[in-house]
Design a protein around this ligand. Structure first.
Ligand code: UDP
Ligand code: MG
Length: 137
C-alpha cells in the first residue's frame, strides 16, 4: 500500500463540496488514514508551495490557500499517487477529464478544488508537513 496527500482547497470547502469530494475519494477505493480541517498560515502556504515561489501566480496562490479553511487528508491505496492524480484531473478544470474532481468542482486553474501529491517522495514530505505519526491510523 502507498500513501498520498490531499487538501480540499478553500474554494471547495466554501462551496460546500467537502462531503461530496470525500465520498468520491472513498468510492475510488482510497482509505482515509488521516483527516483534519484546518487553516494554513501565510508561512505554511509559502513553505508548502515553495517549489512555485518564482512563478507569477505564487502570491495569488498563497492568498487563495490561506483565505479560509482547508481539509487535509492522507490517503492509502495501491499506486496512490498516480491513481489520485487521475481521480482529480488536470490542473486546469477546462482540461480535466469528465467525472474528475476538478472537472466537477473546480472553478479555475488557480481555484481548482483539490491538491494531490505528484510523487511518492513529495507525498511523504507533504504528509509530514501536515500530520504527526499519532494522527495517522
Ligand atoms: N496554479 C495557478 N496558476 C497556474 C498554475 C497553477 O494558480 O497557472 C495553482 C493551482 O492552484 C495549482 C497549484 O498552483 O493546483 C500548484 O500548481 P501545479 O502546477 O503543481 O499543479 P497541480 O500539481 O496542483 O495540478
Ligand atoms: Mg503540483
Amino acid at each position: 500500500m502507498k500513501r498520498t496527500f490531499t487538501m480540499i482547497k478553500p474554494d471547495a470547502v466554501e462551496n460546500g463540496h467537502t462531503g461530496a469530494i470525500l465520498e468520491k475519494i472513498n468510492s475510488a477505493g482510497f482509505r482515509i488514514v488521516g483527516l483534519k480541517k484546518t487553516q494554513l498560515t501565510q508561512s505554511d502556504a509559502e513553505a508548502f508551495y515553495a517549489v512555485h515561489k518564482e512563478r507569477p501566480f505564487f502570491g495569488e496562490l498563497v492568498a487563495f490557500m490561506t483565505r479560509g479553511p482547508i481539509v487535509a487528508a492522507v490517503l492509502e491505496k495501491d499506486n496512490a499517487v498516480n491513481d489520485f492524480r487521475t481521480l482529480i484531473g488536470a490542473t486546469n478544470p477546462e482540461d480535466a477529464a469528465e467525472g474528475t474532481i476538478r472537472q466537477l468542482y473546480a472553478t479555475s486553474v488557480g481555484e481548482n478544488a483539490v491538491h494531490g501529491s505528484d510523487s511518492d517522495e513529495n507525498a511523504a514530505i507533504e504528509i509530514g508537513f501536515h500530520f504527526s505519526g499519532r494522527e495517522l491510523f
